[in-house]
Write a protein that binds this ligand. Structure first.
Ligand code: RNT
Ligand code: ZN
Length: 424
């Protein structure tokens, strides 16, 4: 942790005392917060456009970006510049989550099934220089062979094979990332496959998907270097009626093959809470990947807030002692506001939710519950909402030398004025 020479504001020591009175050690909470990385999704920089072709844009894949706020990053260099700016406003040490469609091809003409480490070496070097770990994603969207909405479960064997090769190539790249950076790369598989309208045959695509995944995962890779995750979805744009990779499908697949499950907060029915799934899933799979996101009615990938559903996710991780088995990633893309602000607000909100979970009066709550005193459980939980966690958050930012409150907005506006607004 970076230590500032400046003294902590007095509000912190007052808060520290108040938390100590209910048995909570704020210093311990800050230590855990500082060592918990969030995997920053590169795709917030440019609305999931990618860098494979000049002027590429998100074309297909059951996800949609809305908004046209000026200043979008147009190439690898601008994405990195924006990432550095976002990182400078985030307390803690984080990871980079890169999609394969952000390959730095440097003029090499190759398709996704032929991608190799060289196409990502400049990203690996970039991360290494910043002492960051990296996570990876094969890209099964925005490509001529994903246009009809099917990839790994496509009825045409040639199309399936292309995407199987892309998956195999991606795991090799991820293995190399893990080796080079000295921290395991989590490779997440999400495919858009599904039907807009009610299908006749729900079975065959799922059989094909299982077979394709088996082929991709055939080569064993040391989990020290790479770990595979599979991400389910209830519905997407253009796959409203049927998604091949449903929750039940991947739950079964991950349990059977001991893969990581990726739970995206926007991928379930709006009344379902992701938090409630964590302790069930982790009973049967080794580790978990989270896509912390915010669905608004549909899977809209709004900027993460420090709201009740997000807080509930982090409470589960802390209460169940699951932090060591969970990889925390983000997945949102808002193009209607300053994109750096989106990144920074979303990431800091997730971190705040984690901090609040670490500052829960855990002993009191578990004692109330185990003695059947549900009156006390409710009262303590509600009273704890007004504990001065904000002062602890500000102290964290202060120690990590990142701005809080309006100073944060000033930094973002300044960057917008001097850098982003100059982009045509
Ligand atoms: C799509 C999935 C997936 C993507 C990213 C870009 O619904 O959530 O994770 O958003 O891989
Ligand atoms: Zn996701």
């Amino acid at each position: 942790m970076k230590q500032t020479s400046k003294k902590s504001p007095p509000s912190y020591s007052l808060a520290q005392e108040q938390f100590a009175a209910v048995g909570i050690n704020t210093e311990k909470a800050l230590t855990v917060l500082a060592r918990t990385p969030i995997s920053l999704h590169c795709w917030q920089a440019d609305d999931v456009s990618g860098t494979e072709r000049e002027g590429s844009s998100l074309e297909s894949g059951g996800i949609q970006v809305t908004g046209n706020y000026p200043g979008k990053a147009r190439n690898t260099q601008e994405i990195r510049q924006d990432l550095d700016q976002a990182l400078s406003l985030l307390p803690g040490k984080h990871r980079l989550n890169l999609h394969a469609c952000y390959a730095d091809l440097g003029g090499r003409k190759k398709d996704r099934n032929r991608y190799s480490t060289e196409d990502f070496q400049s990203w690996i070097d970039w991360a290494k220089k910043r002492k960051m770990g990296m996570d990876f994603n094969p890209s099964y969207f925005s490509h001529p062979l994903s246009k009809d909405g099917f990839t790994l479960s496509h009825p045409d064997k040639a199309v399936r094979n292309f995407w199987i090769e892309h998956g195999i190539a991606s795991r090799k790249i991820a293995e190399s990332i893990g080796k080079q950076l000295g921290t395991a790369c989590v490779t997440n598989f999400w495919i858009p496959d599904g039907h807009k309208d009610t299908p006749y045959d729900r079975k065959a695509p799922r059989e094909r998907l299982e077979d394709s995944l088996d082929q991709i995962f055939k080569t064993k890779i040391d989990p020290k270097y790479n770990q595979d995750a599979v991400e389910c979805k209830l519905f997407g744009i253009g796959s409203e009626s049927y998604v091949v990779g449903s929750h039940e499908f991947y739950m079964g697949y991950a349990v059977k093959n001991q893969k990581l499950i990726c739970l995206d907060a926007g991928h379930f029915h709006p009344t379902e809470q992701l938090a409630d799934k964590i302790s069930s899933v982790l009973q049967f799979v080794p580790e978990l990947l989270l896509h912390v996101s915010r669905g608004v009615r549909w899977d809209s990938d709004h900027v993460v807030l420090c709201d009740d559903p997000t807080k509930a996710i982090f409470e589960e991780l802390v209460r169940g002692k699951f932090l060591d088995r969970t990889h925390i990633g983000l997945d949102f893309f808002d193009a209607s506001i300053n994109r750096i602000a989106a990144w920074v607000v979303g990431t800091r909100s997730a971190q705040k939710a984690l901090l609040m979970a670490l500052l829960e009066p855990a002993l009191q709550l578990s004692k109330a519950e185990s003695t059947g005193d549900y009156t006390a459980r409710l009262l303590i939980a509600e009273e704890s909402r007004s504990l001065p966690w904000g002062a602890v958050w500000n102290e964290f930012c202060h120690r990590q030398e990142v701005p809080v409150g309006e100073a944060l907005l000033t930094e973002i506006k300044n960057y917008e004025k001097t850098v982003q607004s100059k982009r045509a």
